[in-house]
Design a protein around this ligand. Structure first.
Ligand SMILES: NC(=O)c1ccc[n+]([C@@H]2O[C@H](COP(=O)([O-])OP(=O)(O)OC[C@H]3O[C@@H](n4cnc5c(N)ncnc54)[C@H](OP(=O)(O)O)[C@@H]3O)[C@@H](O)[C@H]2O)c1
Length: 236
């Protein structure tokens, strides 16, 4: 992939996000490492090298997204935009309640980051991709969000948020057909991280593989509107 391409990774300073940033930089992309705290983003950028640039970004805040897009424009320069958006930021806030019982605060807070946060970022970035005739959007989802695989009410707010993110993936892919912007959902698998915990069988490197593959689909590829794990299709 061309060195002039720029990727923006939300939640890039922790967990799977760090590894996604590293692998994209290794493939020659300039990477905007989104994080709520500038020092966390700077630390990751220092470790990755000069292709990584810190970007303060809270996807739960409209103002923060707006300010981050302004800063991204300055960092990219030359009127360029974001070519690759990886919506990696996510939260898992559920306690033990399962349907029919409902914790409305948890449901709203989860949807605000996992669904609305990704949607806010798409709204901010995708129009520029369409104008450029090129873009890759990858939404980090989970097999927990697959309707076909849904067999219990564990982690209900998280599951519903990822199912909704999958729906956004399909809608965006449909809207953007033929524009050069490809939109896919990636399940990293159960991965060691703050969210996945220490017992998960996969390391961050493996967790980042499918998202990075989708983020770097070559020019002319028409893979869009899919849900993938380990580079293979998962049922919705
Ligand atoms: N780990 C797994 O087993 C697993 C499995 C399936 C899917 N996933 C998905 O993979 C993605 C990454 O998960 P992870 O395991 O790396 O989780 P993690 O270690 O808990 O990291 C979560 C990331 O999301 C960011 N984040 C949370 N709220 C944010 C906000 N309001 N604005 C911007 N960033 C925010 C965090 O940033 P801060 O550093 O600022 O808190 C952090 O970088 C998530 O979407 C998750 O749902 C993970």
């Amino acid at each position: 992939m061309s060195e002039s391409r720029t990727a923006l990774v939300t939640g890039g300073a922790r967990g799977i996000g760090v590894e996604i940033c590293r692998q994209l930089a290794d493939r020659g992309l300039r990477v905007l490492v989104g994080a709520r705290k500038r020092d966390a983003a700077e630390e990751v950028c220092y470790a990755i090298g000069p292709r990584a640039l810190p970007l303060v970004l809270d996807v739960g805040s409209v103002l923060s997204v707006r300010e981050a897009m302004r800063e991204a424009g300055e960092l990219i320069g030359g009127g360029g935009g974001v070519d690759v958006l990886v919506n990696n930021a996510g939260v898992s806030l559920d306690g033990d309640l399962r349907p029919p019982y409902l914790d409305e605060d948890v449901l709203r807070a989860t949807l605000d980051i996992n669904l609305v946060g990704a949607w806010r970022m798409a709204e901010a970035v995708v129009p520029g991709m369409v104008r450029a005739g090129y873009g890759r959007v990858v939404n980090l989802t989970s097999s927990y969000g697959s309707l076909a695989l849904m067999d219990s009410g564990r982690h209900p707010a998280y599951r519903v948020s990822k199912t909704a993110l999958n729906a956004l993936t399909r809608m965006l892919a449909g809207e953007l057909a033929g524009t050069g912007v490809l939109v896919n959902a990636a399940d990293p698998g159960w991965t060691r991280s703050g969210m996945g915990g220490p017992a998960a069988p996969r390391g961050p490197q493996e967790g980042a593989d499918t998202p990075v593959w989708l983020a770097t689909l070559p020019e002319g590829d028409d893979t869009t509107g899919g849900l993938f794990a380990e580079r293979g299709l998962l049922p919705w």
